[in-house]
Design a protein. Structure first.
Length: 438
């Protein structure tokens, strides 16, 4: 589960990104669609009123201007695109609105009847053609609109407009293709945007899987190589031991044999470290109960003989009964590496403190020393395999740069976190946070 976590995180964020993109793009398309519908409605109402003005202008002795007509004629949109089927006025509200139109003293009282309707419809068609409102429609004139008529027309009409002289019932025949054609560019751009996210996410997942496969191949190669090196190194070590016995009287040759044995031992230790790191990434560890306090005591007992009289090694174990779930051998390796580094990179009088604490179901473990410290610029690289902090006294302390990377990998396997705080010539503290269940 731990090894698949990065992939699951990538897939999760990809799905969330797609859903967010779909939501916002759908909202944009829907808003544009509704806006275009309302724009069509407004333009059609304006076209009807312009046609009514032309009809009124044909009459003799008509002195009203185009601006005054549009300003003073009172209309009421009884039903439009904003009304849903369940949004119907009751009879009292309906009669109240009709009465307000008829009794408006400031509105223009137009004399219009069925005889004027054909001429008005002709003007309307011409004006719609001029404005290029490419929409087919049917329009019906009703001299009186009762509440019963309104109830009957409500579910069938697209637009219902009332004036003081009567009402117009309009039904659009092809507004859907027209409106969709208006927003097709937005729809296409939305699809392109969503497909781009899916494509980039797929490439990211593919790249992650390839990187993971290469990592597995690399670890398998290192694992096999180190195993193959173990045999000749073991044979070489036995040969050196034999030569040491046979040449004990020859001081000159014994000196060279001792050098070979020493270097052979270094190579053997290096291969063991690399093998452990490779196995950590490829072999699933057994899950067992770890006694934290007992593990710390066992590691301290290994190094007590290396400490001098003036050195101090303190433990602050706030909880003596600490139990973790994980691989006990690897947890001991973790402590062993950190404690050996604290001793190795400090000089007498050493002052090393190991602390544990429990908070919010997490175990906090820290190992602090008063050694030479690590520069802040190397804080991000310190857990990288084979990285060694550049120092003037590099040859005095031999290191392969694998210990801390091995520790970081163990912490990662245990679903924990590791960090470091350091100050030059004052010391370093390694802080580890691990999940803890009582």
């Amino acid at each position: 589960m731990t090894k698949n976590r990065p992939l699951l995180i990538i897939v999760f964020f990809l799905i969330v990104s797609i859903l967010i993109a779909i939501y916002f793009q759908f909202t944009l398309v829907k808003k544009t669609y509704v806006d275009n519908k309302l724009q069509l409605e407004y333009e059609f109402v304006d076209s009807i009123e312009h046609a009514l003005f032309l009809v009124e202008n044909e009459k003799e002795n008509n002195q009203i201007s185009h601006e005054d007509f549009h300003t003073n004629i009172t209309s009421y949109i009884v039903k439009n695109y904003n009304h849903h089927d369940h949004e119907m006025y009751n009879e009292e509200e309906f009669n109240e609105y009709n009465e307000s139109i008829l009794s408006d003293d400031y509105s223009y009282k137009m004399d219009f009847d069925r005889g004027h309707f054909p001429e008005m419809k002709r003007f309307l068609n011409e004006f719609i053609k001029e404005r290029e409102l490419k929409v087919a429609y049917e329009i019906t004139f009703l001299e009186e609109l009762s509440f019963q008529d309104y109830k009957r027309l409500h579910s069938n009409s697209d637009l219902l407009i009332s004036y003081s002289f009567g009402s117009f019932d309009i039904n659009f025949k092809n507004e859907e293709p027209l409106l969709i054609s208006e927003i097709k560019n937005i729809i296409l751009s939305s699809l392109f945007f969503i497909l781009t996210i899916i494509f980039c996410g797929t490439l990211l997942i593919k790249k992650y899987l390839n990187e993971r496969k290469l990592s597995v191949y690399k670890n398998e190669f290192i694992n096999n190589l180190t195993h193959e090196l173990q045999t000749p190194l073991t044979v070489s070590r036995l040969a050196v031991e034999k030569l040491t016995i046979d040449l004990k009287d020859n001081s000159k040759l014994s000196k060279y044999v001792a050098i070979v044995g020493k270097e052979n031992n270094k190579i053997e230790q290096l291969t063991k470290r690399i093998l452990k790191l490779a196995e950590l990434k490829t072999i699933i560890s057994k899950n067992e109960e770890i006694d934290v306090s007992e593990s710390i005591k066992n590691i301290i007992s290994r190094y007590e003989s290396l400490l001098e009289k003036e050195d101090t090694l303190l433990t602050d174990l706030n909880h003596l009964e600490l139990k973790l779930q994980g691989n006990e051998e690897r947890f001991l390796d973790l402590l062993d590496n950190l404690l050996s580094n604290a001793i190795k990179y400090s000089v007498s009088p050493r002052n090393i403190v190991i602390k544990t604490n429990i908070s919010n179901r997490m175990l906090y473990l820290s190992i602090k020393d008063n050694g030479m410290g690590i520069p802040n610029e190397f804080e991000d690289k310190i857990f990288t395999p084979f990285f060694k902090v550049p120092k003037n006294d590099t040859h005095e302390i031999k290191s392969h740069g694998l210990g801390l990377s091995y520790v970081a990998e163990i912490v990662k396997q245990m679903d924990g976190e590791i960090s470091m705080t350091s100050e030059l010539n004052k010391g370093t503290t390694f802080n580890i946070i691990l999940p803890y269940e009582n």
